[in-house]
Design a protein around this ligand. Structure first.
Ligand code: F6P
Length: 332
């Protein structure tokens, strides 16, 4: 038995919550946790509004029927929150009291970095928790691809494709800012897939003079458009690039417009890939609980559903794919 397996008397009740930024596919994961749990003969509960609901005792039975018709819906049917109170010991104690009062034996937390830090804290206090890697940022160690990324990426890509059309009509350069917090994954992948002329990411320094020169040369060679995909967390995000180009407009040739995609990337129905991933991760979480394996994150590595102890996940960052970064530069 690994150090993350501990004896829990026979599992009878499990609860599931979604926390932090919503991500497309969360509903698929909720549905899977509930239906796979019911399939094991367990009672299943849903917690409203993330950790805040846990503190407020919003824990209600949620069975097979209640999770019907949600697979194709974006967001999370349970609601989500960023909860400051849960960062306190007292907040977590209250949460555990509420879970115990309902007789919940194990909790599944669907969320990203901040949420799984909460899961880790809860499990260190002795409560059996299993996390499901879910964030559009794809910045969670222990999962190559997190739930929601595929949809967010495709939304960003659609926007880039549309902006390229308008850019071409007007011989303009467009800055498209994408989300991702301190991770450049969405920027890199959508920039690569969208044929961007330049990509800025938080993980790498941007040589702004070189970037401007790339655009100028593109203009001189008769290109009718230029797309710069900027990660929100990059030093040169949309605001910084706009500021720079304002002062250097003549050098570029193109006139410049800027679009910040923001939360648009988090809404909308999940892609097939996110629905399937959510379903697989839900099963993975239920199977971990059945094995008595707690304090772990369920994610996907090399296309396999795997568990990684929270201790090996929290505080770590995933490196950006250098090869893809190089490729994007060659292709721009
Ligand atoms: O973590 C997901 C994310 O969408 C980030 O990309 C973004 O920086 C942040 O959440 C926005 O947070 P909020 O929805 O609380 O404004």
């Amino acid at each position: 038995m690994s150090e993350n397996c501990y004896e829990v008397n026979m599992i009878q009740r499990i609860a599931v919550l979604t926390s932090g930024g919503d991500a497309p596919g969360m509903n698929a994961a909720i549905r899977s946790v509930v239906r796979c749990g019911v399939n094991k003969g367990w009672m299943t509960y849903g917690v409203r509004n993330g950790y805040q609901g846990l503190i407020d005792g919003l824990i209600e039975p949620m069975g097979t029927r209640e999770v019907g018709g949600i697979l194709q819906r974006g967001g999370t049917m349970l609601g989500s929150a960023r909860c400051e109170d849960f960062k306190t010991f007292e907040g977590r104690e209250r949460a555990i009291r509420n879970l115990n009062q309902k007789g919940v034996d194990a909790l599944v937390v669907i969320g990203g970095n901040g949420s799984q830090t909460g899961s880790y804290e809860l499990s260190k206090m002795g409560f059996p928790v299993v996390g499901i890697a879910s964030t559009i940022d794809n910045d969670l160690f222990g999962s190559d691809i997190t739930l929601g990324v595929d949809t967010a990426l495709n939304i960003a890509l659609e926007a880039i494709d549309r902006l390229k059309v308008t850019a071409s009509s007007h011989q303009r350069a467009f800055i498209v800012e994408v989300m991702g917090r301190n991770c450049g994954y969405i920027a890199l992948m959508s920039g690569l897939a969208g044929g961007a002329e330049a990509i800025t990411v938080p993980e790498r320094e941007t040589d702004i003079e070189e970037l401007a020169e790339t655009l100028r040369l593109a203009y001189e060679h008769g290109k009718s458009h230029a797309i710069i995909v900027a990660a929100e967390g990059a030093k040169y995000n949309a605001a910084a690039l706009t500021e720079y180009f304002k002062d250097n407009r003549e050098r570029l040739g193109f006139s410049v417009r800027s679009t910040i995609l923001g939360h648009v990337q988090r809404g909308g129905g999940p892609t097939a890939a996110d629905r399937v991933l959510g379903s697989k991760l839900g099963l993975g979480a239920v199977e971990a609980i059945e094995r008595g394996e707690f304090g772990v994150l369920v994610g996907t590595i090399d296309n396999h559903i795997v568990t990684t102890p929270f201790a090996d996940v929290i505080g770590k960052s995933k490196p950006l794919d250098e090869e893809l970064l190089k490729l994007a530069k060659i292709l721009d």
